[in-house]
Design a protein around this ligand. Structure first.
Ligand code: AMP
Ligand code: GLY
Length: 426
């Protein structure tokens, strides 16, 4: 099977690596890809938000399955165009991707599907925003309604900061603060059946101890030894299946990956957000643990054949650490030279270096975006996986770059509901 992967991040690198392990895969192509993905796939430079351009490329190379990694092409309707051309695609159509594209739409579908989430108000004026802040009280949660790459959310006890964020966005969702640890739980769906993957935990704040602004994600681990044993089945039954059923009922079925970002609150599981694609960096810990062949699984999802299928994971643990460029997430400085450990020392370690925002300029590997590399360690337990990931991370040199040192350190705080004032922006 010939597969075309759309995207250029650490997530797509992990997807390509996992696809390559499935015997059904004969060729992997990627657009646009990155220097790490180039070792697994043939790269193509096209406009990946242009559905016709993606369809033409797929037809020219005789692609059997297109896998769309990021949200931007999904929300632009690239999957719609591929389906019109009868090309199997893993990723939802534009209408279904609105579960990620609009927080207000996601809330409306959750209400219809009776899925528990934070109580919220959609506000377009400073007066409405002020009233909603006072209704819910601190800590205040103010979200830009549109796409913001994980950076459009402000959680703060400072009312003036909350009001300022609302004023800076055209339309905001202001909502109740959810206490409790966050979990990322992904369901793979063909539009009717949905199968949960193992839970993972992502670290959203830029600095150790959950300090600093929100980012796209600074690290992740899986599985979660502290999570309730039945979390997958509970989330499938109370969250994923009701959402898939509701989208099908509306005539806009969701076929692809439904990412539930949830909080285990003192009042039960509540949804923080949905995404319409694999999470980054959670994918870099989930796929190295996946034992079900990925290409076959994604083809089954793309062709309506998931009923009765299973998704299996090894009992190993995986930890991933994101190395970000100087200034990320606020003022990213690009162009820093990246020096990786030698092939020899890498081959002795069981760590994998996934490329994210890297590029090659005049034969040198340099930083091109905010998140540069994701380093995954796999081991018999989290402690071992963590040691492997950090041992390789410490051998990488990039001027000004930074990473969190507390990924998967599993301090008590990550297992217990956070105290209200621990979750604010500085
Ligand atoms: P989102 O883009 O909706 O995932 O929000 C980014 C991050 O903001 C989440 O991962 C949480 O850490 C935090 N957050 C969002 N909504 C809430 C909420 N209602 N209560 C507490 N924290 C939240
Ligand atoms: N890890 C967060 C995201 O993918 O949005």
């Amino acid at each position: 099977m010939k597969i075309l992967v759309i995207g250029s991040g650490g997530r797509e690198h992990a997807i390509c690596q996992s696809l390559a392990k499935d015997p059904i895969t004969t060729e992997i192509h990627c657009a646009p890809g990155n220097p790490g993905i180039a070792s697994l796939a043939t790269l193509h430079q096209i406009n990946t938000e242009d559905g016709e351009a993606v369809a033409q490329l797929a037809k020219t190379i005789g692609i059997d399955l297109v896998v769309i990694g990021p949200e931007v092409p999904l929300i632009a309707g690239v999957a719609d165009v591929l389906r019109q051309h009868h090309i199997p695609v893993f990723g939802p159509n534009k209408a279904a991707a609105q579960l990620e594209g609009s927080k207000a739409f996601a809330k409306e579908v959750m209400r219809a599907a009776c899925v528990a989430t934070a109580d919220a108000r959609v506000c377009t004026t400073p007066q409405e925003a002020a009233a909603a802040l006072d209704l819910f009280g601190p800590p205040y949660v103010v979200k830009d309604d549109g796409l913001a790459a994980g950076k459009g959310v402000v959680v703060t006890i400072d009312r003036a900061e909350a009001l300022a964020h609302a004023a800076a966005c055209a339309r905001v969702v202001i909502e109740e603060f959810l206490d409790g640890p966050e979990v990322s739980l992904f369901g793979i769906s063909d539009g009717a059946t949905v199968i949960p993957m193992d839970p993972a935990q992502d670290y959203k704040r830029v600095r150790d101890n959950d300090e600093g602004p929100n980012t796209g994600g600074m690290g992740a681990y899986s599985p979660l030894p502290w999570a309730p044993a039945d979390i997958k089945e509970e989330v499938r039954r109370t969250v994923l299946q009701p959402m898939i059923d509701e989208m099908a009922k509306r005539g806009t079925p969701f076929a692809g990956l439904l990412y539930a970002g949830l909080a285990l609150t003192s009042k039960g599981i509540k949804i923080i957000e949905f995404n319409a694609r694999f999470g980054d960096p959670e994918t870099q810990v989930l796929l190295p643990r996946l034992t079900t062949p990925l290409a076959t699984l994604l083809l089954d999802a793309a062709t309506g054949n998931l009923a009765g299928k299973q998704i299996e994971f090894s009992s190993d643990a995986a930890v991933t650490v994101v190395i970000a460029a100087e200034g990320y997430p606020e003022h990213v400085i690009t162009g820093a030279q990246i020096t990786l450990p030698s092939e020899n020392s890498l081959s002795k370690s069981s760590a994998t270096i996934f490329h994210a925002g890297t590029e090659e300029v005049d034969g040198r590997l340099v930083g091109a975006k905010g998140r540069l590399l994701t380093i995954t360690g796999v081991g018999a337990n989290l402690e071992e996986a963590r040691k492997i990931a950090y041992a390789t991370t410490s051998q990488i040199t990039i001027a000004g770059a930074h990473f969190r040192t507390d990924i998967a350190s599993l301090k008590q705080e990550s297992m217990k509901p956070a105290a209200k004032d621990e979750r604010m922006n500085p």
